[in-house]
Design a protein around this ligand. Structure first.
Ligand SMILES: C[S@@+](CC[C@H](N)C(=O)[O-])C[C@H]1O[C@@H](n2cnc3c(N)ncnc32)[C@H](O)[C@@H]1O
Ligand code: SF4
Ligand code: SF4
Length: 316
């Protein structure tokens, strides 16, 4: 494992020590999209956390290595994101901004790059404007904007990760998506295994056989100058005979063990997407700095049982 994305290093370390090293900040849970597979926008209570407030909190976390800005669509609060990135970069904390890219502009991309953003992480599930527009119920021009913004990110020298959710709706197009990722100039492709959210009926999770087929095909198809990260598969990759090799990683899950989610209203969640259990609130006396020492009961339970809906979906 020589070449790595610096931000993702935390997920490639051997797990074991429970310490708050990563914080996901849902600057806002509001979103301009309403994807069927997602639940984040259902948690939108209109509350946002400001850049200044996030910086105040981060300043008190001595072991923090990375901050992920992701909720709903956090670029709706672009200025706050920029402030957080600027602070983190100046203090040696890696940052990732998760976005659907619809609200990016050349000016914003340049500003984020210059502020020191470690990488931008863009959802990418379709290879043509018609399918994209039909799935997301948006105008086809939004796909053109997506492609344009991805190209801009790479051309302007911002490390770019495209994330593809593996689900029934696109499992047969994985190689075409992979080619498109490459054509857009992106060399880091993350394949996110679908999670059935606790509060929606959405269930487009692929079968074990389909998952193995897609992952194997993507690895065989991989070009030497690319890196593939498979996420939410680490619990069962070996069991399914899926193995790491140069440039192919099955990221270790850090949600709940090294990373927690901070919601706009101050709530601390174990994981926003798969385990949205509130274990405290920074405005009601919970100290993020000491949370692994004090361990609220729900966190102790989580660490003892380590539930994983991605595993359960295939093996339970
Ligand atoms: C909640 S979104 C927030 C960032 C941004 N709005 C976006 O769509 O990229 C963050 C990531 O969650 C992923 N996600 C959403 N629903 C999911 C699900 N059911 N299972 C796994 N990942 C999911 C998306 O693919 C996206 O990359
Ligand atoms: S996946 Fe992202 S773009 Fe889609 S609804 Fe969720 S937060 Fe919004
Ligand atoms: S616990 Fe959640 S985040 Fe971690 S691998 Fe399982 S589904 Fe993914």
């Amino acid at each position: 494992m020589t070449i790595r994305n610096k931000y993702k290093a935390l997920e490639l370390e051997t797990p074991g020590v429970y310490e708050l090293e990563g914080l996901e900040v849902g600057v806002t849970s509001n979103c301009n999209y309403k994807c069927d597979y997602c639940c984040a926008y259902n948690r939108d209570d209109g509350e946002c956390i400001s850049g200044a407030e996030v910086i105040r909190i981060i300043r008190e976390l001595p072991h923090l290595k990375r901050v992920r800005l992701s909720g709903g669509e956090v670029t709706l609060k672009y200025q706050d994101c920029l402030e957080i990135v600027t602070y983190c970069a100046a203090h040696g904390i890696d940052t990732q901004l998760n976005t659907n890219a619809s609200l990016l502009t050349e000016e914003r991309i340049i500003a984020l790059r210059d502020a020191g953003l470690s990488n931008i992480h863009i959802s990418f599930n379709y290879t043509d404007a018609e399918s994209y527009a039909a799935y997301y119920r948006v105008h086809p021009s939004m796909y053109e904007r997506l492609e344009r913004n991805i190209r801009l990110c790479t051309e302007l020298g911002l490390e770019t990760v495209l994330e593809t959710l593996l689900f029934k709706g696109n499992k047969d197009h994985m190689l075409a998506i992979s080619d498109k990722v490459y054509d857009l100039g992106v060399r880091i492709h993350e394949i996110q295994n679908s999670i059935k959210m606790p509060h929606t009926d959405w269930s487009q999770i692929v079968s074990k056989e389909s998952l193995v087929q897609s992952v194997t095909a993507l690895i065989e198809h991989k070009k030497p100058d690319t890196r593939l990260y498979f996420t939410c598969m680490d619990r069962f990759a070996e069991q399914l005979n899926l193995r790491e090799q140069p440039g192919v990683y099955f990221s270790n899950c850090v949600d709940g063990t090294k990373q927690l989610h901070l919601h706009g209203n101050g709530d601390i969640l174990i994981c926003e997407l798969c385990h949205p259990v509130v274990i405290g609130n920074i405005y009601s006396g919970t100290s993020l700095k000491d949370i692994y020492k004090q361990q609220p009961v729900a966190l102790t339970d989580f660490l003892k049982n380590r539930p994983c809906p991605a595993y359960d979906a295939l093996f339970a």
